[in-house]
Design a protein around this ligand. Structure first.
Ligand code: KIV
Ligand code: ZN
Length: 515
């Protein structure tokens, strides 16, 4: 069967989701999982955007193997130089350069004529080719561009050596019939189009990103640009798991395959949701909590008699854990490691030790430890920054007739320190006591809590987003525990550790710069 290449831009367009900011460790973790998932290309970032972005791209390019690593660059030499510098150590590097082609963008944003855009396209692709054999060109806002001019620009990019031509619906304006037709027209009218891979990149402003992507595939596109959970700028991008599973479910109709290991989809979705702090809506297709839940009696009866009556995909195909009882109080380290390996996690010795200790603590409070519990525990461990602050203990006095008061003890470096504070509620009191201990006053932008499994003894998973107002930087923290106050405290301390790691990292970079 014909192959559709999967280009994942979770780490670039996905990271452009409002409020999302991944650190280097988190980007590497996601990139490794994407490689395991079997994507063909990982777009790691936009290196010219900031030194932090550059550094993250370079580290990911060094860390992942077996996949093409791509960096974004405007059609400018300075951007292309930075992009190449960041990804040159990748096994298979690709430079992705772009310029807008719609009259709206030419007139109001670029203030360039069509001739100038043609020249910039040629120059950017040719300049990129001096570095990389593999060069992708995107015509930004292609779906609102004059098709004749668009084809001219694409022909220019092909003549200059582009290997992949990407057609973005940048503002999510397209509808499937028109977008499919645009692809057909491009294939018909662009000289040399048979020499390159045609790609599409659809945004979801009208909720049509996946439908537009499939229409493009029907009309000859063979690379789809997608993100995990559909995260991305504004309403997001086409969701990888939806595009892949639509092609899979209708494989006899499309006659196309991808290289995706579908049984890794669920875990990848969880990891991205955890590390970005963007929850997956329960009714989200493929990876939502309810995607395979049958509520109505008629449906339940049907599924019990024969799964295919109401289920188009077997949940096992996308790797939904069975949530069966796995380990307990008496399980040893070996069994713990083996079960994690079965779930697809290869932890370092240090990570395994920390996770195992947390597992034992959890066993004291919760009798039945399911796969979901284990996943939550391990993902908390993976997401953790090196701990400068560690929660040692806390006490709470709270109720309907008392002022909530918290006493919190943290290990800060080698020192154990304790502080007390009052607040509007117990969580507020904890956070105020932590602020006193660290001397930082962070703005709490969001706080969310979710039960990992069912039952009164379920693990609570807390995610907080805090902003360091002095530097205007946002950090995400996550904590889990059967005690929601403990989970809340752990999440806040996790965010503080990320902030501290970031400050340390910046100090190192500045020193490097000085040398
Ligand atoms: O949406 C868009 O047009 C983009 C391009 C840079 C590919 O993200
Ligand atoms: Zn985009």
């Amino acid at each position: 069967m014909d192959r559709v290449y999967v280009f994942d831009t979770t780490l670039r367009d996905g990271e452009q989701s409002p409020g999302v900011s991944l650190n280097v460790k988190e980007k590497i973790e996601i990139a490794r999982q994407l490689a395991r998932l079997g994507v063909d290309v990982i777009e790691v970032g936009f290196p010219v955007a900031s030194p932090g972005d550059f550094n993250a791209c370079r580290e990911v390019a060094r860390a992942v193997r077996g996949v093409t690593v791509c960096a974004l660059a405007r059609a400018r030499q300075e951007d292309i130089d930075r992009a190449w510098e960041a990804i040159k150590e990748a096994e298979a590097p690709r430079i992705h350069t772009f310029i807008a082609t719609s009259d709206i963008h030419l007139r109001h944003k670029l203030r360039m004529t069509r001739e100038q855009v043609l020249e910039a396209t040629r120059a950017a692709v040719a300049y990129s080719k001096r570095y990389a054999a593999d060069v992708e060109f995107s015509a930004e806002d292609a779906s609102r561009s004059d098709p004749d001019f668009l084809c001219q620009v694409l022909a220019e990019a092909i003549a200059a050596g582009a290997t992949v031509l990407n057609i973005p619906d940048t503002v999510g304006y397209a509808v499937p019939e028109e977008f499919g037709e645009l692809i057909r027209v491009i294939r018909e009218r662009t000289p040399g189009i048979e020499k390159v891979i045609l790609s599409c990149h659809c945004h979801n402003d009208l909720g049509l990103a996946v439908a537009n992507t499939l229409a493009a595939v029907r009309n000859g596109v063979r690379q789809v640009e997608v993100t995990i959970n559909g995260i991305g700028e504004r309403a997001g991008n086409a969701a990888l798991e939806e595009v892949v599973m639509a092609l899979y479910a209708h494989r006899s109709g499309y006659g196309l395959v991808t290289g995706i290991r579908t049984e890794e989809l669920y875990r990848t979705s969880k990891l991205v949701s955890t590390l970005t702090g963007m929850p997956v809506q329960p009714n989200k297709a493929i990876v939502g909590k309810n995607a395979f839940a049958h509520e109505s009696g008629i449906h339940q009866d049907g599924v019990l008699k024969e799964r295919s009556t109401y289920e188009i995909i077997d949940p096992a195909i996308i790797g939904v854990p069975r949530s069966r009882l796995v380990l307990g109080k008496h399980s040893g380290r070996h069994a713990f490691r083996v079960r994690l390996q079965e779930l697809g996690y290869e932890l370092t010795e240090e990570e395994l030790n920390a996770a195992f200790q947390r597992f034992k603590e959890l066993c004291d409070r919760k009798k039945e430890i399911t796969d979901d519990d284990l996943l939550a525990l391990v993902e908390e461990e993976i997401g953790q920054a090196p701990s400068i602050y560690e929660l040692r203990y806390f006490h709470i006095s709270s109720g309907t007739t008392v002022v909530p008061t918290a006493t919190v003890a943290l290990r800060i470096g080698d020192e154990l320190r304790e502080e007390a504070a009052c607040g509007n509620g117990p969580v507020d009191a904890i956070y105020k006591a932590v602020d006193k201990l660290t001397g930082r006053h962070l703005r709490l932008d969001s706080y969310s809590i979710e039960a990992v499994t069912e039952g009164k003894d379920a693990i609570g998973s807390v995610t907080v987003r805090v902003t360091d107002e002095e530097r205007n930087k946002t950090y995400l923290g996550r904590g889990i525990s059967t005690d929601v106050l403990e989970a809340s405290a752990r999440a806040y301390v996790d965010a503080l550790n990320k902030l501290a790691a970031d400050l340390n990292g910046n100090r190192v970079r500045r020193l490097e710069g000085e040398v």
